[in-house]
Design a protein around this ligand. Structure first.
Ligand code: MN
Length: 500
């Protein structure tokens, strides 16, 4: 993944000429100090770039136009140090295409009780200047986040970071390409959806590619490439005896490595950020890709199985959002339950494709039969996911809109060994509790496929949904079934009235 410091958030301060040169000079000086503090904050992953104070309709329009065009600009922070009459902002906000964070701060933390006079009051007007800006953004229905507090407050830096990470994920989606090998798994509803609407709404494209073209890349893998990757497997994982040199299943490891190299070549040559495949369409491949997909995911590719391009794209965006944070973001499936009344848990996994970014342990590399797909036994990495706070997120297509469902969870290490389970696994407790969490998820139509996150919060996902202009359903400690039933009904009504 690329370093988030390459992503720029432009810091734009609004004012007007009424105040005179001396005040405007101070406004610019303060804005530069604030932008520098935010840029240098250890809590903020992106670059914060100071831009000259805007004072007229034309200057505002010009800076927004420039931001729209700038390839590295992922969003704008606006702040009204003084009063900036908001009709000046209308034309600029009309053309704004990047995410917006309205920072409601002021230069001084405390009121200078003994020295405060009208000059000070005229310079430090964000308390009402930002309300004027808030009015016009509300009137124009501009999607944005409002962050309030003193600019030196570390908690405020954290809130800006959350939004900046969401904006980084959003930026990464614009123009992104996702490859599909094969179509949707036959008859499955939730993994399907409107790819035209998704491209309009989300900015990424999803197109299909023949498995045969991928097989060509796999068959073209050289012995030198193969040898290097096998050595990497041997250095990185604990190989089961049958996969070791001279082991009875060594050929399976060689086949798996060729699949990985072929897939990687295909994805790199096509400039793809993620992919999906299906076990129903693997003509010419010896195995269902297991370790190949696992390692590609760990390297930042978005992926989901069975043609699920929505989850593949979400996994990619969440991986970008979590760049540099401890823990991972990974394709996941609610697989089976532990209904112990005293400690109910979900066991999450997939047939093969569980991302090793979820573990701190050294995965074991194994080969086992797979009862689905009708291919040779696939090689896979097996491990236990790490415990801690996490969440599951899912995007579904409701027909007239996309809905993002987020369930906060507490992940736990598996309670006991699972010696016969030949796949990687994660366990968690859904919030607020097993019964309510699962019922709310099902009422909201959440998929069995998700992106499981160890390092993002609901706030990241909510900021992201705001940028995308889609519905969010949060299932967390506050959730009740009655509450969510009402929310879903009201939301249906809202989207009937707000058709685009
Ligand atoms: Mn699945």
């Amino acid at each position: 993944m690329k370093n988030l410091k390459e992503n720029e958030v432009w810091f734009i301060t609004g004012s007007q000429h009424l105040y005179g040169e001396e005040t405007l000079r101070q406004v610019a000086e303060h804005a530069q100090i604030i932008a520098k503090e935010l840029h240098n904050s250890e809590k903020i992953a992106v670059s914060i770039v100071y831009k000259p104070v805007v004072k007229t309709t034309e200057e505002i329009y010009a800076i927004v136009q420039e931001a729209n065009q700038a390839p590295n600009c992922i969003g704008l922070i606006t702040w009204m140090h003084t009063f900036s009459p908001a009709k000046m902002w209308i034309n600029g906000l009309k053309i704004l295409q990047k995410p917006l964070l309205h920072l409601h701060t002021q230069f001084n933390q405390d009121i200078p009780w003994n020295s405060i006079d009208m000059d000070f009051m005229n310079l430090n007007q964000s308390a009402h200047g930002d309300r004027e800006f808030g009015f016009i953004t509300s009137r124009m229905k501009v999607s944005r986040k409002v962050v309030v507090g003193h600019w030196q407050d570390k908690e405020l830096h954290g809130e800006i970071d959350v939004w900046s990470r969401a904006a980084s994920g959003w930026h990464d989606w614009q123009g992104a390409k996702f490859a599909r090998f094969g179509d949707n798994m036959r008859y499955v509803a939730v993994t399907d959806g409107d790819k035209v609407e998704a491209e309009l709404k989300f900015g990424f494209s999803v197109n299909t590619y023949a498995v045969g073209d991928l097989v060509e890349k796999i068959n073209a893998v050289s012995d030198v490439q193969l040898k290097a990757l096998i050595e990497e497997y041997e250095a990185t994982y604990t190989l089961s005896d049958d996969l070791k040199a001279n082991g009875s299943k060594r050929h399976s490891l060689l086949d798996a490595a060729k699949i990985e190299i072929g897939m990687r070549t295909f994805l790199e040559e096509g400039g793809f950020k993620g992919f999906s495949n299906t076990f129903e369409d693997l003509h010419g491949m010896k195995q269902l890709p297991g370790i190949a997909t696992q390692r590609l995911m760990a390297d930042g590719y978005g992926y989901a199985g069975e043609g699920d391009w929505k989850t593949a794209a979400l996994v990619r965006a969440m991986k970008v959002m979590g760049t540099g944070l401890d823990g991972g973001n990974a394709f996941m499936e609610d697989y089976t339950y532990h209904f112990d009344p005293n400690n109910s848990l979900v066991l999450g996994s997939h047939m093969l494709e569980v991302d090793p970014c979820l573990t701190k342990d050294k995965p074991s590399c194994e080969v086992h039969p797979l009862g689905i797909g009708g291919k040779e036994d696939p090689v896979r990495l097996v491990f236990n996911g790490t415990g801690g706070d996490g969440l599951n997120a899912s995007i579904v297509d409701m027909g007239n809109r996309f809905r993002l469902i987020v369930n906060e969870v507490e992940a736990v290490a598996p309670l006991k060994d699972l010696p016969k389970l030949p796949v990687a696994r994660v366990m968690w407790k859904p919030m607020p509790d097993m019964k309510t969490g699962c019922a709310a998820w099902i009422l909201a139509g959440g998929a069995h496929h998700t992106c499981f996150s160890q390092n993002l919060s609901s706030e990241h996902l909510n900021d992201f949904a705001t940028m995308a202009g889609i519905e969010t359903v949060n299932i967390d400690k506050e959730t009740t079934i009655r509450g969510i039933q009402n929310e879903l009904k009201w939301s249906d009504a809202y989207y009937q009235f707000n058709k685009k």
